[in-house]
Design a protein around this ligand. Sequence first.
Ligand code: SDX
Length: 396
Amino acid sequence: MAVGEYKPGLEGVPATQSNISYIDGQQGILEYRGIRIEELCQHSNFLETAYLLIFGELPTAEQYATFVRDVTYRRRIKYRIRDMIKCFPESGHPMDALQSCIAALGMFYPLPDLHDPALIYDASARLIAKMPTIVATFHLMRQGNDPVPPRDDLDYPANFLYMLNEKEPDPLAARVFDVCLMLHAEHTVNASTFCALVTASTLTDPYTVLTSAIGTLSGPLHGGANEQVMKMLAEIGTIENVRPYLERKIKNKEKIMGFGHRVYKVKDPRATILQELAIKLFDRFGHDRYFDIALELEHQAKEYLGDKGIFPNVDFYSGLIYRKLGIPTDLFTPIFAIARTAGWLAHWKEQLADNRLFRPTQVYTGLHNVPYTPMEKRVSTSAGDGVTRMASSSLP
Ligand code: SDX
């Protein structure tokens, strides 16, 4: 393998063939199964979009009604999963709680035949259904409260907000949240979806596939950015501080959270839609001054980053919407995971249909034929420092 063929982060390297979604990073276009995201956000909802992504086409009225019914009646979680959540530390991150529960879920629902369409459908409906319940259950229990059971009479977005806030949401709030879920549902071969593909290619079960993907999404360079954006806006604090903040970050070559994208070199089309949704929410439920700071940051960042094709991405405005919906900041990434479950399942199913185990190669940069050094002749190197530091720490 020639060194020249190595692309760090596999940048620009096709890792799969797929017809699930399409991005044009220069034009700022995103399509799910060929339908523009703007069209779907105007006419569809998350469950219908999830069906489109996983099963390849928009459902008929009967297919949609069946899918909604099947997801609705799979929302509840086993009491043993609830008991497991009781053992988690209140200070634990909800993404770790979610990942642990999804891994455990697989023990209750073994899949004897990965290629059985009925079992793929059943597992997909169950995972779409249970992700919100797990997130809401952890949130209530970490406060010492009993979880609120899902309500079958509420639709998918309204039921999550109900389980979380213990009251029925305003219809506009539920619709805005529904569109947020659609916007986060799928995005070609992003890091967590690539991880899902690799795990799926080993022919393990979908619960394990999602466990891998959830862990990957949690990083601040990927799904964790929405939480970091809110911390950034709080740190900036006022519109007057935007420029000094920007100048300091650029000078220190530090990344501005919620900006930039490996594919989009223009503003992420999802950020544009989220910005419009935020305005609708603030018009109805009251303004948020952090939005003014965000708008000023976007405006001023153009001077420093615009020429490099660095603009707001999906994470820049999403947190402002969730905050207005009364959602705690550390639940922003779990909500991203709830939505992206649709995309992960779609790619899992597509990989299974024409599977080849992922096993790339490497460019070896190490030594060969190194002789074994007896213990008494070894000297410590910088590589070994971590071991001595760990030994002296107070951690159990
Ligand atoms: C998501 O892949 C997906 O589709 C992901 C996602 C999805 O739906 O699944 O869209 C969701 O993860 C969105 C991204 C959320 N992450 C962030 O907002 C974190 C901040 N963003 C950056 O870390 C960064 O933009 C990435 C990781 C998103 C993409 O970066 P790349 O493609 O790896 O680019 P890079 O780090 O190599 O940077 C190239 C240049 C560098 O400058 P130079 O060294 O060439 O001078 O651009 C600069 C970087 O310093 N740069 C930034 C920047 N992002 C890149 N400078 C300041 N602020 C930033 N945010």
